[in-house]
Write a protein that binds this ligand. Sequence first.
Ligand SMILES: C[S@@+](CC[C@H](N)C(=O)[O-])C[C@H]1O[C@@H](n2cnc3c(N)ncnc32)[C@H](O)[C@@H]1O
Length: 247
Amino acid sequence: MSAAARVQRSFRRGFATYDDSALVQKLIARGLIRRLQRHAVGARLAHVFEAGYGTGQLTRLLLQRLPIEALHLNDLAAEPLAFAPEADYRPGDIEFLSLPEDLDLAISASMIQWIADPQTLIRRLCDAVRPGGWLALSGFGPDHFPELQALGSQAAAPSLLSADAMAGLLPTGWTLQEKGSRARSLCFASPCEALRHLRDTGVNGRASRPWTRRDLDAFCHDYDAQFGKAGRVPLTYQPVWLIAQKA
Ligand SMILES: C[S@@+](CC[C@H](N)C(=O)[O-])C[C@H]1O[C@@H](n2cnc3c(N)ncnc32)[C@H](O)[C@@H]1O
């Protein structure tokens, strides 16, 4: 099975539990739209494309807060959203999708880390935006899930970019309005709970083989030994974001 097919399967399995578990992604979506609105005061944001809408955490905010006239939605694995029946759905792998043109805004939260060639995707999104329009992007940085990295996990998303690196991929003619990064740790009662959280948010799709009981026991033992404190273990997200405007 290809890496993209594993990511697709993993997110499909996680969608039923995603909204209850994806607390950090919820904060990220809120932060992204808040920052966009802070910079794009008075801007026309009516023609919008969102990549990787998932269960629609960001989509719902877009519909609530922006004067949307046309909304194009893409995802590799998600079904159409009940609360957005009018949207133009463009399912499939964003890397092979033809994008709408003349957008006021291209936006994506917590998706770009899954893209093998983020430079090409950012250029294509930027090309799809009209002059004066906006790009709002969030992903995860190189220090994402440091606990899993320290334990030798090979399942990380392929494109963990720092905010600087992401901003460095903007084409000429774009003005960076804001970039940033902020670590957020969740705490779990055990390493198994942390693993369940990963499964429930669909983000363990890069694991290339199923674990044996022995793999699992060894992983949980090492996780607890290295990071356990007062009966809890942390799992640390590193969200990164940028807001930019086309000249
Ligand atoms: C962590 S979820 C984020 C969902 C939503 N944006 C949010 O903020 O909650 C990542 C989403 O990206 C989608 N995705 C991953 N790779 C993709 C690709 N190559 N093309 C389109 N969507 C993709 C997944 O199916 C999943 O729904």
